[in-house]
Design a protein around this ligand. Structure first.
Ligand code: AMP
Length: 590
């Protein structure tokens, strides 16, 4: 049964969707009127008085005067804000928080302004998405959510602004509490566990408390699917200790942070009966390689909810293994810069999910992208020919675009760097399919491969592993140009035993599966050398995660970089490599 609040918010969204074109024009006008006179805009508008201007005229003026920008163009302004410059540089409202984008996609963390508006839109997206979910998978009012979420460490800039990831700011905000009240679903873990800053300790407590409240847990969630897989892999090792704590009402000595200890010990009490039930379930699960772990341990859970698209797709297989028949619901599309879209069809399988753009949150433009004719390919940085950006009202079904954002938080015509495809419409709102990050990740000379290309190649190459009952835990890559000819190196961490013969075949299959014309031609002429597959020892990718966490990333936003030229990472990968293979796909024998 639908609750009032839920039909209200869906009704509101449907109304907005009917008039999305004019809503976008109004959103832009609101952003510009609020921030009239800030230094960045003045540079382009000079003395033009936009306050009295008609909304459509303002939209045309804005897109003709203000140029497209990248993060690098805004960086000097953001740096001045961080250093304490109080003049209105990007927004009239003072910016008190800066968010750190995960940086795992770009290789470098970026500062992005965060305001009250950011938390408010997060609350609204969560409420809207929850309303759509509960139409299909209703949950019990007052139930619990096992949320595998993590705040990062926060710090102050020279100018006194608080810096943390966007998720960290949100978990610490009033809106996070309001969301629980308004959606009548409560997280299992107290704030001290979420914000402990030590992801190993937080994970242990999340799992312990998730089991303490097991009968009340209505669904399991995390921001990105990676964290769920990571937590359940840890559970396979930790379950005995967790059962001991449930039995005794005690807390493992692993948990050393006093605030966390006190918060957890306040909640739990000895429960031998629950401990034995869980222990016997785990014994059964262990012999079945933890298949169906989630529904067996949380019998009332209705679904698993997390971002499963884009760079999270490689974890889907493992997630399905843990979830058994429980539906996997793909979570919404957002970035540190702005929320973008909501999944309005929660029953779509993660491979097919689309996101309906939220036209009230930011002003969106779309740069049409066309694959380059390979003969004309002369740039080794990009794979697309661009047309001029179009507004939301002019996007076409089936076309690919890069998203451009103008936000309430001071980003103007900011290129997000994500490639999306218009896969349908919700009334007048485009529904987007996330394709990949725009930046090419693997390129040696005229070859051009994106994260998506690599993902497909690894998927094909790793098929042979399942026959050996082994699984790919994680992967990354590197374009090695230190020696001529340059070549691709792909690093795999594997769970299980695999014969060398099979790995050699996986390596060959990957090399042969890159279909990019530039790559194929270069391989045939040996201007790119044979692909190298490096098998790294167990735990290598955990070391990489830890490296990022030490540098301020949060597990909630972590995405394994799919390609790296970062020297620290390469050092870790090379030190952990236990086997190397070179492809024979194009005839060379090694
Ligand atoms: P961050 O850099 O930490 O702000 O992460 C934002 C980026 O994560 C986006 O620009 C996307 O590339 C990716 N992302 C966020 N949500 C999704 C989603 N639902 N599906 C695929 N990728 C996503």
């Amino acid at each position: 049964m639908e609750r009032n609040g839920e039909s209200d918010i869906i009704g509101w969204f449907d109304e907005v969707a009917e008039t999305a074109d004019s809503v976008q024009t109004q959103t832009l006008s609101q952003i510009l009127r609020l921030n009239y006179g800030v230094e960045y805009l003045k540079k382009w508008f000079r003395d033009i008085n936009i306050q009295e201007m008609e909304e459509n005229a303002l939209e045309s003026l804005f897109t003709s005067l203000v140029p497209l920008a990248s993060h690098a163009d805004l960086e000097p302004y953001i740096q001045r804000i961080a250093d304490g410059d109080e003049a209105p540089l990007l927004t009239q409202e003072a910016i008190t928080n800066l968010s750190l984008s995960s940086g795992t996609t770009e290789g470098r963390q970026k500062f992005v302004p965060f305001t009250k508006h950011s938390s408010k839109t997060t609350l609204q997206v969560f409420k809207l998405a929850a309303a759509y979910r509960s139409r299909i998978y209703p949950i019990r009012e007052g139930g619990r959510i096992l949320e595998l979420i993590y705040g990062s460490k926060q710090f102050k800039t020279k100018g006194g602004l608080t810096v943390g990831t966007a998720t960290t700011h949100y978990y610490a905000s009033e809106e996070f509490k309001i969301k629980q009240e308004q959606t009548k679903s409560f997280t299992c873990s107290p704030e001290a566990v979420i914000s402990s800053g030590d992801y190993n300790q937080s994970t242990y407590c999340h799992l312990l408390l998730g089991l303490h409240f097991r009968d009340e847990v209505e669904f399991i969630t995390s921001t990105f699917a990676y964290s769920i897989v990571q937590a359940f892999r840890s559970f396979e090792e930790l379950w005995r200790e967790i059962c001991d704590d449930i039995r005794e009402g005690s807390l493992s000595s692993r948990i050393t942070i006093t605030k966390v200890r006190n918060a957890v010990l306040d909640i739990i009490s000895p429960n031998p009966c629950l401990a034995s039930r869980i222990a016997s379930t785990c014994e059964e699960l262990e012999v079945k390689d933890w298949f169906c772990m989630i529904p067996k341990l949380w019998p009332n859970a209705k679904y698993v909810y997390s971002i499963m698209t884009g760079s999270m797709q490689p974890y889907l297989r493992k997630l399905r293994h843990y979830a058994g028949n429980l539906p996997l619901v793909s979570a919404d599309y957002g970035s540190t810069e702005s929320w973008i879209g909501v999944n309005v069809n929660p029953s779509s399988p993660p491979e097919k999910v689309t996101f309906a753009v939220m036209p009230t949150f930011s002003y969106f433009e779309f740069i049409p992208l066309h694959s380059q004719n390979q003969q004309n390919a002369n740039s080794n940085t990009d794979d697309f020919i661009e047309e001029d950006p179009v507004p939301l009202s002019q996007v076409k079904l089936g076309q690919e675009y890069e998203i451009v954002l103008t936000t309430f938080t001071g980003l103007y015509r900011y290129r997000l760097g994500d490639v999306v495809e218009v896969a349908g419409f919700h009334k007048k709102i485009p529904k987007l399919n996330f394709i990949c990050r725009r930046k090419l990740i693997l390129t040696v000379n005229i070859d051009k491969n994106t994260e998506k290309d690599l993902q497909l190649v690894v998927e094909r190459g790793s098929q042979a592993l399942s026959k050996s009952k082994a699984e790919l835990v994680d992967f990354t890559s590197h374009a090695d140009v230190a020696k001529q000819p340059g070549h691709y190196v792909i690093y795999w961490e594997i769970n299980g035993e695999v014969e060398e013969r099979v790995l050699r075949e996986c390596c060959r299959e990957m090399d042969a599966s890159f279909v990019d014309h530039g790559y194929v031609v270069s391989r045939r002429t040996n201007s790119i050398g044979p692909l190298e597959l490096c098998i790294v020892e167990k735990g290598t990718f955990k070391k990489i995660l830890e490296h990022f966490i030490r540098n301020g990333a949060a597990l909630s936003q972590f995405k394994t970089p799919r390609c790296t030229s970062n020297q620290v990472l390469l050092k870790i990968l090379d030190a952990c490599t236990i086997k190397r293979f070179r492809s024979t796909a194009y005839g060379q024998e090694f």
